[in-house]
Design a protein around this ligand. Sequence first.
Ligand SMILES: Cc1cc2nc3c(=O)[nH]c(=O)nc-3n(C[C@H](O)[C@H](O)[C@H](O)COP(=O)(O)OP(=O)(O)OC[C@H]3O[C@@H](n4cnc5c(N)ncnc54)[C@H](O)[C@@H]3O)c2cc1C
Length: 556
Amino acid sequence: MRDAPVLLVVDDDPRTRGVIEGELRKRYESDYQVICAESAEDPLRLLGSLRDDRRLVSIVLAGQWMSAMPGTELLARVREFHRTAKRLLLIDWGYGPPPEPILQAIALGHIDAYVARPVTVPDERFHRAVTELLEEWARSHLPRFEAVRVVGEERSARSHEIRDLLDRNAVPFGFYPAGSERGKALLRQAGVAAPVLPVIFLFNGRVLVNPANAQIAGALGMKTTPGAGLYDVAVIGAGPAGLAAAVYGASEGLSTVVLEPEAIGGQAGTSSQIRNYLGFPDGVSGADLAVRAYTQAWNFGAEYVYGNPATGLRAQGPERVVTVGGGSEVRSRAVVVATGVSYRRLGIPSLDRLIGAGVFYGAATSEATAMKDREVFVVGGANSAGQAAVHLARYAAKVTVLVRGQSLADGMSDYLSTEIVGTPNIAVRHNVVVTGGGGTDCLESLTLQDRVSGTTETIPAAAVFVLIGAEPHTQWLPDHIARDQWGFVVTGTDLLAAGAPPQRWPLRRPPMLLESSLPGVFAAGDVRRGSVKRVASAVGEGSIAIRLIHDYLRGN
Ligand SMILES: Cc1cc2nc3c(=O)[nH]c(=O)nc-3n(C[C@H](O)[C@H](O)[C@H](O)COP(=O)(O)OP(=O)(O)OC[C@H]3O[C@@H](n4cnc5c(N)ncnc54)[C@H](O)[C@@H]3O)c2cc1C
């Protein structure tokens, strides 16, 4: 067990320490080494020597009430030694609501979860907390089955896109740089001479050279063209709004098809930790939430069509026909447009040339581990930028958040700005904009301008993650679906100019809540004008859209 990852328990009460040790050994000893200590044994020194011995620490479990140092204080320092270790605080049953230090530790991101010490043997509630953290930790640390192997240039935009796509679709994969021994061997074995990279090797022996998204989806057994029949509802986009519409549509007996060109989960799927979604007190990764919602809708019979975007929409009598990239069409009685938004670009050609090669739009969670020990930058002052910074800080040596405004308070939730301030390797620079930067094959530098003094400076940069707002995905919609000046779909009462329906509105009744200026076409989530840009509100709108579609189909 000398090289197995460590589960470290620090607790002063010998009786409960014994129970915890017994429980952990019983369940995990064949794969993990369980080490127990009390606070007087200097757990920080222990963490340091485990680091010096190059041991992997998966979870540190610490009792809160210890003589030498409270558990929250110890856990706050764990990542100085082991950047990716999970931190589980142990409290006592019946203690009541979490006291101040525990709330503060949660707000500052100093613990990942807290759980009551085991009282019965076995205590499945305790084990659930441990296994959930282990599962998250293992994803990036233990060898796993690779359904797909990607061989490509390490810092090419398309390689990054494919890794991101596989990651967000929860497809286990391995990436091998084309120049690495393993990469060269894979190319040789498959007899792919002088290939156009990237090359994809599937678990079933298929090899795809520089494939499009739809080819990858098809080769993985996913459906890439819709059925020819008439659906009740076509949901366009599989972010939280689209997935909610799919769950409610399919579960309420409507034949439902979902179109998604990239990955389930949409923007939420790129979020490393969503902490404000109802029912997940310790937070949930966007990818996890997406997989759960996808499975839920699938279980109810929703059909998914991957790899190609919706490219047009027209009314054909009572039918709504959506044209799909690749040449197919979806016929349906109603449509939910849930295509969300995409990131606003910096508009600096020398940086846009390096997208995927050190310049990333969005949180790019798939890239975080590659940032190990580097100095990276996050541009933006809203929640998405804050979350990206906190996530990256687990791997990078230093993260600098570049904010246009004077303070984080203008655009970021209080809990997140508190966590940023409390994370030692995150720095925040205010009143600063990126005006340039570049590199030969990958990002090497950024040019920053101080908005107050006007001075500029060029600094070395290994990577920059840009999260500066978004534009709606609505260019594919026909002109007669009304949008506001930014391109967001206008719905419901917002369509009633001076109390009257829009010009081409053909019905006697006014548009319903969430209904666009084309009857039977509804918009839900971030793409809709006036929507609250949150997961919960997107989910709410997706479900409300289905309720309204029932009324629409009944002719109300
Ligand atoms: C990094 C990050 C962190 C965030 N964290 C939080 C958080 O902690 N809490 C919170 O409440 N909110 C958070 N948000 C906001 C939240 O993710 C969004 O509000 C939410 O995802 C909106 O859902 P949606 O379904 O409307 O759109 P999206 O999630 O954007 O999904 C739209 C989907 O439509 C697809 N699509 C686009 N065009 C087409 C087309 N032509 N045809 C077919 N499909 C198309 C896209 O590929 C995408 O999958 C975060 C956002 C980001 C980026």
